[in-house]
Design a protein around this ligand. Structure first.
Ligand code: HEC
Length: 184
């Protein structure tokens, strides 16, 4: 290798090095990377927000204590919100949703002739007062994947009223749950 060739190779390596370090420097200047002060996206339910918003409840408030004194006439009125999808009469048809006659203590996702979502089909056990209370609070949160497109009832009094009315839709209404001890 003669001197000229050596110089060329050396120069090429030098230039490559300079370009590499310059490009890092320039891209830093162009892009201004800096750390975000806050997370760009806050995941609901994560504890790190530290804001003043109160934590969202993860469950519906219990209604056991409200059921005995609940206003069934009001419950019947509230059922207008369900009537677009549910029929409530004995032997009545299924609609967008299953017939709800005798729903208290009926098997979950088991009404004949209705095609339930997988989520509802997999829900085990019966519709206890507490199951109904949770489901009607936020259907899609409580049974993820349900095809019941209903936002839910926020107020415990409303849920107690409609569930107390649903209870009456039966040839032999289920006994009311015993009130929670020591709440009064
Ligand atoms: C937009 C239509 C719609 C509205 C409004 C609606 N539902 Fe439903 N409901 C459904 C559908 C559809 C299902 C079946 C859900 C599934 O298979 O995931 C269902 C399922 C149910 C079930 C479970 C029934 C079973 O056999 O397991 C109950 C209980 C229920 N609804 C109560 C109510 C009540 C009470 C209201 C009113 C406060 C209401 N729904 C409003 C469509 C609706």
């Amino acid at each position: 290798m003669n001197n000229m060739e050596f110089n060329k190779i050396f120069a090429a390596i030098l230039v490559a090095g300079i370009i590499a370090s310059l490009s890092g420097f320039v891209s830093d200047k162009l892009v201004h990377p800096h750390k975000l002060e806050k997370d760009a996206v806050t995941i609901e339910g994560s504890e790190s927000t530290g804001g003043s918003a109160p934590a969202k409840p993860q469950k519906a408030e219990p209604i056991t204590a409200l059921l005995a004194a609940a206003d069934t006439a009001r419950g019947e009125k509230l059922s207008k919100a369900c009537a677009a999808c549910h029929n409530f009469t004995k032997g009545g048809p299924n609609g967008v949703g299953p017939n709800l006659w005798d729903i208290v203590n009926r098997g979950r996702g088991e009404h004949a002739g209705f095609s339930y979502s997988d989520a509802m089909t997999l829900a085990e056990g019966k519709w206890t007062y507490e199951h109904l209370n949770q489901f009607l609070w936020k259907p899609k949160k409580v049974i993820a994947g349900t095809k019941m497109n209903y936002i839910g009832m926020k107020k415990p009094e409303d849920r107690a009223a409609i569930i107390a009315w649903l209870r009456t839709l039966s040839d032999s209404p289920a006994p009311l749950p015993s009130p929670e001890p020591a709440s009064e």
